[in-house]
Design a protein around this ligand. Structure first.
Ligand code: AMP
Ligand code: MG
Length: 363
């Protein structure tokens, strides 16, 4: 155990978490305190989900707007039932298929759920995480745990305990350090409170996997459908650097455009970062001004790219990068969630016809 600005950081084995650590963390939760813990997606910032006062502390610690509701975490579907009014058969089927796992279901909420959790909506977002520390903590605490990502509001979500320390040490009681999270992007949020399922936020369960069970899904909600998913109106996942996202199916056009942009900003004397897939790193290494240029690879394939994305955004900020240029990725599998996060983080989306789009997700 170490103390950072008064926050206890406790290393815990993610494969076999010890009872002592889980019990200490559960005591903090039961006492109305805040504990950050790993899930299979990103680190969460947890409080007793039935205690409105404890939940309000999450919003304070993160600087999160109070109208952006939280997800309640449970250890099994049976534990969810008392807190919701209705679970459609198809949502039950999804829970059986994908829980524990990175799928959040928005259901009609019971009156027992504090308004601080739901931001006053009559729906509640629920999931069962696939991580032994998270499940052990929920069981030891004996209550559902309300948890958004354990970052300062507006920062990329944390995928290591060190990211949580950087953002929240001194603001919360405890951090359970279970090493890097596996998936690296947040859960998929699916609206299951109406007649038809609808993706509110792409995430760790791919659209393709959901469609195998549900058939073709409607187009996801956009920022203009505000009441449906309050979180969508906020610029999330933003690094400090100005982010240029270069999107096009033609990889040559993307590589050429990224190089042109990098040359232009380097010539202006600015610190430039480039984030690309492993396949394209070589194409950018020949650029001049190496001390002012950082090139990072996110790896190969949608899963590696998702797992490395947020850590790369944070690492670029740590290096003092002023302009960050990111390649777009194919929107298959987890690429759909990756592009959703990059578009929200982007200050500018660069596309072929010269019609650059303003980014920041309509905030
Ligand atoms: P976070 O925990 O920060 O990763 O974000 C949780 C996401 O779930 C946000 O996008 C919220 O807006 C969304 N969410 C939580 N509860 C609800 C709800 N009752 N209805 C719609 N979206 C929700
Ligand atoms: Mg978040």
């Amino acid at each position: 155990m170490r103390l950072v600005r008064g926050t206890e950081v406790l290393p815990v084995d993610p494969m076999a978490p010890d009872r002592f650590s889980l019990e200490r963390a559960a005591e903090v939760i039961r006492g109305g305190g805040l504990v950050a813990f790993p899930t299979e997606t990103v680190y969460g910032l947890g409080a007793n989900g039935l205690d409105g006062e404890a939940v309000r502390r999450i919003f304070q610690a993160k600087g999160r707007p109070a109208d952006n509701p939280l997800i309640l975490h449970f250890d099994a579907l049976e534990a969810v039932l008392p807190l919701v009014r209705e679970v459609p058969d198809w949502a039950r089927e999804l829970a059986r298929r994908f829980w524990p796992g990175p799928l959040t279901l928005v259901l009609k909420g019971a009156r027992l759920v504090p308004a601080a959790v739901t931001a006053g909506l009559d729906t509640v977002a629920v999931r069962v995480p696939d991580n032994a520390i998270a499940l052990g903590l929920i069981r030891a605490a004996g209550v559902p745990i309300a948890a958004p990502s354990a970052n300062l509001s507006g920062k990329p979500s944390p995928t290591t305990a060190e990211h949580v320390v950087a953002d929240l040490a001194g603001r919360i009681e405890m951090i359970l350090d279970g090493g890097p999270t596996g998936i690296g992007v947040e859960s998929t949020v699916l609206d299951a409170s109406g007649d038809r399922p609808r993706i509110l936020r792409p995430g760790g369960v791919s659209r393709e996997a959901l469609e195998e069970v549900l058939g073709p899904l409607d187009e996801p909600v956009t920022a203009s459908d505000r009441p449906r998913s309050p979180g969508m109106k906020y610029a999330h996942y933003s690094p400090d650097a100005a982010l240029y996202l270069v999107e096009h199916p033609n990889r040559d056009w993307v590589a050429r455009t990224v190089r042109e942009l990098a040359r232009r900003f380097l010539a202006e004397g600015r610190r430039v970062g480039i984030i690309v897939g492993a396949e394209h790193v070589d194409a950018y290494l020949a650029l001049a001004g190496p001390d002012r240029l950082t090139v990072m690879s996110l790896g190969r394939g949608d899963r590696e790219v998702a797992a490395n994305l947020f850590a790369a955004l944070r690492a670029m900020d740590e290096r003092g990068v002023e302009v960050l240029i990111c390649e777009g990725y194919p929107e298959t599998g987890l690429g759909y969630a990756v592009m959703n996060r990059l578009r929200k983080a982007a200050d500018r989306i660069v596309k072929p016809d010269g019609a650059d789009l303003e980014g920041k997700g309509g905030s």
